[in-house]
Design a protein around this ligand. Sequence first.
Ligand code: SF4
Length: 344
Amino acid sequence: MLKKPLIGLTLEQLRDITDSVGLRPFAAKQIASWLYVKRAKSISMMTDLPKEARQRLSDEYCIGLAEPKDAAVSADGTVKYLFEGVGGRDIEAVYIPDGERATLCVSSQAGCKMNCRFCMTGRHGFNGNLTANAIINQVLSIPQSRSLTNIVFMGMGEPLDNLQPVLNAIEILTAQWGLGWSPKRITVSSIGKLKELRTLLDTTKVHIAISLHNPFPAERADIMPVEKAYPLRDVISLLSNYDFSHQRRLSFEYIMWRDVNDSLRYAEALVRLIGRLDCRVNLIRFHAIPGSSLLPSTTAAMECFRDCLNDHGITATIRASRGEDIMAACGMLAGKSSQPEPAY
Ligand code: SF4
């Protein structure tokens, strides 16, 4: 029988299993502490639980930590980790050191259904959702785990298309019985699935990043088919009901393509669209992917665009590109598949 992993279970889920192994419900907190605080490598290390209960727990469960299968190190210090995924596709997480900050970009799905034209992950299709175990494992199993300062859900997949495991992972990261992180250290990036976005906003305090990329609906739909199902205007209308002036931050991601969305006409349309929200804009240089005719904007065009937003009172910054030499930069994650890769 395949043993079930404990890592990735919330306190409530741990309470559900204490009874079956002859433990009182309060033992769930002890198990959570061994998993997420003391980082026990085996159930036998949980020495404040009775020996018989540990044995019964071990009969059915394992800790459920799996080390990365592979790692690629960039010249800039970024490290891309490869993990066992689902449906024949491995998944990737990217460690990004930056001065005192150490960010881990985690994946929430093996592949993605959203099919954005500029993204390697979308290009390869969808292989399956990650469990909370597979998400938390990315955080706990890398060598730099204890020095991480930030987590961003910006790796493979659309986090809100796999909502419950992502919510469980956030609970484990932020709860006092878990890793005890402030939600201010966590950002969830999304294309804006409306119902799920509302749930995320109502049930967590994490920062929100919305992939925007084009202020004109028809043009956005061209590069992000999801615009048809979740129009940006509806996403913005939802966001306008929440307070982003302190505690929680709202940002918009804007990848810049040469002669596609990088002129002042687009910057001015963006100001009209989001100008009333408390938000910032991250301008992202495009990293060319095989088979795509899209080209990155020039630095001059990006600076001009940024200055226009700043002049209109929207804080905009050009995000430094990291890990491009190991295909770890924004939009380049694809994992590895046991199936033939698509031809470009
Ligand atoms: S950009 Fe994000 S939502 Fe779009 S295909 Fe890639 S992973 Fe999915």
